[in-house]
Design a protein around this ligand. Structure first.
Ligand SMILES: Cc1cc2nc3c(=O)[nH]c(=O)nc-3n(C[C@H](O)[C@H](O)[C@H](O)COP(=O)(O)OP(=O)(O)OC[C@H]3O[C@@H](n4cnc5c(N)ncnc54)[C@H](O)[C@@H]3O)c2cc1C
Length: 539
């Protein structure tokens, strides 16, 4: 393989110990949307915040990269709930000072290929329902009951988030009330809930057609997360104009305004403690940054298994808790460039979800046992078609992205090797996987055969290298019913001055991690000041 040219998209400032100041009010580990949100909100209250990101560019899973004249996103394909003045939209507007713009996808934002049948989801609550009924006319009653369940979950979510915000003693006091507000439905198994409504397996497969958005098929996931995602996209999908890197780019100025900074190439080696009190962080270059408020957005695994001293984690009683959560599935990515525009190629603003049949759980099991079995899900997205600004930046070209699961074990033998230099056998294996996934694309869009100019494949090892997820996991922790009932997964920790944020605190997704940023900020500043902040954001 020839040497890969590094990406030119760089957001944030390169870390040097000499560029640090000595009086930060807070240090944030990781510059994903969770970390950036917390940093920006604290900065807005006058805090001076230092964000430390190990990657060469800021944004975590919202970063983009370019190569050979093309540009791709690694962890953002569509975001819901931003087409009207919703809470999600108000948060993005507040954080970006109104600079982040959104482009709607097609009315048919998701298309589901289930075996040899094709279904879709359409934007708008009523249209979503009517469209489902038009595809399953005999299931009107079940579909209406399903829509009611989505509404029920919606009502329970505020109480669920409030519960995360409370101190343990407050939770004890508030629990009799919260218990009434958080329906047990939230923690039930998705498939079980749906099979009480209908026995039509195709309908269940279509209702669960977005399971790839949280990485667990219906028999393993919690209904709460299924419903959150379904509700999130009910009014359609939207794409950040200019590419997903615009998210970090538009938020960072808020952090810099009060003297803070977002440093890249800034690997944190350790969270430093004195007893149970946080006193700062130690960088990979040995430099100490003193600060008694440290916020980790690096995920539970990184925070508790890599950044905190093992002894302290044990003493604080975290070991048995950590056993209750697992990493989400690892994934492959294919990043494709074409020398014609999306319009010329007839690329839609619709995501494709390709399933071998209507039993995704069986398909996942089959695939884990036999790597030659069909991929249990293949997701195809058309970023340049969705981005009205793409043509200006990269005239005459188009891009496509494919995501599919892949067990980390397949790549075990190359662990510890360096990116770009993992060897010919690794490249050959990647080429084989890439070829397999490209066939899914050509089958659905045969006009693309012979039109692809360039493509490259990422593996769970790429995710580990660039995004610091040691298991190549897509979405942090798995969203099973047990994980969602872990009260310790919240902004607070048992270490004084250490806070958590990001996708492991609430749920995955850009919005889930952003809302975790708001929750963490509220926990840090306290209820009274939060009231003022909330008024400012949601005015
Ligand atoms: C392939 C894929 C597709 C997705 N598609 C969508 C989508 O279409 N819509 C959607 O809403 N969501 C999507 N998601 C999920 C979404 O991107 C994530 O849930 C969200 O961005 C996570 O944000 P975060 O802040 O929690 O973590 P991250 O964005 O992962 O940020 C954590 C950061 O911490 C840094 N870090 C870790 N350890 C250290 C250390 N020791 N020192 C310094 N820095 C460190 C990492 O480098 C990383 O940048 C997708 C994810 C993937 C992987």
């Amino acid at each position: 393989m020839g040497t890969l040219k590094p990406s030119t998209i760089r957001i944030g400032r390169r870390y040097r110990a000499s560029r640090l100041e000595d009086n930060y009010d807070a240090v944030v580990i990781g510059s994903g949307i969770g970390g950036l949100t917390t940093a920006a909100l604290l900065s807005d209250l006058g805090w001076k915040v230092c964000v430390l990101e190990q990657h060469y560019t800021a944004g975590g899973y919202t970063h983009s990269y370019d190569r050979n004249g093309y540009e791709w996103d690694v962890g953002v394909h569509y975001i819901g709930d931003v087409g009207a003045k919703t809470r999600t939209r108000m948060m993005f507007d507040y954080l970006s000072g109104g600079k982040l713009k959104w482009a709607p996808m097609d009315d048919e934002y998701d298309r589901f290929y289930v075996g040899d049948k094709t279904f879709c989801a359409k934007a708008g609550k009523q249209q979503f329902r009517d469209n489902l009924i038009s595809q399953f006319p005999a299931e009107e009653q079940a579909i209406d009951r399903y829509m009611d369940l989505l509404a029920q979950v919606g009502k329970g979510l505020t109480a669920y988030s409030m519960n995360k915000l409370l101190k343990p003693w407050q939770r004890v006091v508030a629990w009799p009330y919260l218990k009434l507000k958080i329906p047990a439905l939230l923690f039930r198994n998705t498939y079980e809930v749906l099979s009480e409504l209908t026995s039509d397996q195709d309908l269940i497969a279509v209702i669960c057609g977005q399971w790839g958005d949280m990485g667990l098929p219906p028999k393993r996931s919690a209904f709460m997360v299924h419903a959150m995602i379904a509700r999130h996209y009910l009014y359609g999908g939207f794409y950040p104009v200019g590419g997903s890197w615009k998210i970090a780019e538009t938020i960072i100025p808020k952090i810099q305004k009060t003297g803070g900074e977002v440093f890249t190439y800034a690997l944190v080696k350790q969270i430093v403690l004195q007893g149970q009190q946080v006193t700062g962080v130690e960088m990979a270059d040995g430099h100490h940054i003193k600060c008694n408020c440290v916020i980790s957005s690096a995920g539970i695994d990184n925070t508790f298994c890599r950044l905190l001293p093992e002894e302290a984690v044990n003493e604080a009683g975290y070991q048995p808790l950590l056993k209750r959560v697992q990493p989400s599935m690892a994934h492959l990515g294919v990043y494709i460039g074409l020398q014609e525009t999306a319009e010329q190629l007839g690329l839609p603003k619709t995501n494709f979800w390709i399933y071998p049949g209507n039993d995704s759980d069986a398909a996942v099991d089959g695939f884990m046992k036999d790597p030659e079995a069909p991929f249990p899900v293949v997701y195809i997205s058309f970023p340049s078609a969705k981005d009205p600004d793409y043509e200006r930046r990269h005239p005459g070209t188009a891009t496509i992205e494919i995501v599919a699961p892949a067990p980390l074990e397949w790549f075990e033998k190359w662990r510890g090797t360096t990116w770009g230099k993992r060897g010919d056998d690794y490249e050959a294996f990647k080429a084989e996987l890439g070829e397999r996934l490209m066939q899914y694309l050509y089958e659905k869009l045969p006009q693309l055969e012979g039109k692809v100019d360039y493509y490259e494949v990422s593996t769970p090892l790429s995710t580990e290298y660039f995004c610091a997820y040691q298991y190549g996991e897509l979405y942090g922790l798995d969203h099973d019913p047990v994980r969602l009932q872990q009260n310790w997964l919240g902004p607070r920790t048992r270490f004084k001055g250490l806070w958590l944020t990001g996708q492991d605190v609430l749920t995955c997704g850009v919005t889930g991690a952003m809302m975790a940023g708001l929750l963490t900020t509220s926990a840090i500043i306290g209820m009274r000041k939060s009231g003022t902040l909330l008024k400012r954001i949601f005015n």
